[in-house]
Design a protein around this ligand. Structure first.
Ligand SMILES: N[C@@H](CCC(=O)N[C@@H](CS)C(=O)NCC(=O)O)C(=O)O
Length: 319
């Protein structure tokens, strides 16, 4: 794992020495939109391409939106190998991964330097790429899912709205809470290099899960009766939790299966048509345990746990 400095790849892990052992996530660099009013990026079938990892919770959000918004025939996808080692994300062969369908690149960092030869950046997925201008439109999952939520509605005829106007304030509040304590909270716990930094993150994470459990005891979804982007943003962390975050990231005060409401909610979301196909537990487990050798130097990947996400959730009666 590493980053690009002036267009040159450097193999380097996250530096926590100046932050008291705390992991600080950097902001994504490319933040353009796609819309009929945009001067450059217009909604067009076949024009855009997603680069994803099936292991990555941020990229997973975009795959769920591509599926639910019926965009599979309009936006193509390349899937990196789950092994993220000295070259970062690669297109090495691995079951369920693909080649780089656009350029036949070996490494994901080549996609970033295609955009700008002397770029300085972390090389993250997801990336939404424009085949017409050969540029990265956006590499921030929170924004990519908003683009997919509306920009292509005229093409697909799908007008499901996961970020409806009247719920936006509440969704934004929940997103901020879930992002800081849960989505990024597991990483803060797992990548902490000092005891107090780890304990602070783990405590905040489980306090937040307790609050979510309470909320989901009396209501079906995070924001009332309909599924919103807030649910999909939480889902991608929950579906990885017992498989990797409990063990590998030491988020082990409880498992998700120990929270009756959250566990039912996770199965409820998993049962939505098309969603299970976006979940690849082999990539998830292999990526984390195999790639983070400062946490797991032997790279041995555990066999368990065995979890059945398809048992009935019985949440249909909740409002
Ligand atoms: N804010 C970004 C974060 C994406 C991200 O951190 N992706 C991880 C994979 S789970 C990655 O590519 N990490 C490589 C790195 O940090 O060098 C988003 O949500 O899109």
């Amino acid at each position: 794992m590493g980053l690009l400095v002036d267009g040159k790849w450097q193999d380097k892990w996250y530096d926590t020495s100046s932050t008291g052992g705390k992991f600080k996530r950097q902001d994504s660099q490319f933040r353009s939109e796609i819309s009929a009013d945009d001067e450059v990026y217009q909604p067009e079938s076949g024009r855009y391409h997603l680069y994803v990892s099936l292991a990555c919770p941020w990229a997973h959000r975009t795959l769920i939106f591509r599926k639910l918004k019926k965009l599979e025939e309009h936006i193509s996808v390349s899937v990196v190998s789950p092994e993220m080692l000295e070259h970062g994300w690669t297109f090495e062969s691995f079951p369920g991964a693909t080649e780089d369908h656009l350029f036949g690149a070996k490494y994901m960092h080549e996609i970033y330097t295609r955009m700008q030869a002397d770029i300085t950046t972390r090389v993250t997925v997801p990336v939404l790429w424009d085949k017409k201008t050969n540029t990265i439109v956006n590499n921030e999952s929170a924004e990519i899912i908003r683009i997919l939520n509306t920009a292509f509605n005229d093409l697909t005829g799908d007008d499901q709205d996961f970020y409806p106007e009247h719920l936006r304030a509440e969704i934004d509040d929940i997103n901020a809470f879930v992002y800081d304590n849960i989505n990024n909270g597991v990483y803060k716990a797992g990548f902490a290099t000092q005891q107090d930094a780890y304990e602070e993150a783990v405590t905040a994470l489980f306090d937040a899960l307790d609050k979510v459990e309470q909320r989901l005891t009396s209501q079906r979804y995070l924001v009332g009766e309909q599924i919103t982007e807030a649910d999909w943003r939480l889902f991608t962390t929950l579906v990885r939790f017992d498989t990797v975050y409990v063990g590998h990231f030491k988020c082990n005060l409880k498992r998700i299966v120990d929270y009756p409401a959250i566990w039912g909610y996770l199965r409820d979301l998993y049962s939505v048509a098309g969603v299970a196909e976006t979940v690849n537990q082999q990539h998830i487990k292999h990526h984390y345990y195999y790639s983070h050798d400062m946490i797991n130097p032997t790279r041995v990947v555990p066999k368990g746990p065995e979890i059945d996400f398809t048992t009935p959730h019985n949440r249909g009666a909740l409002k």
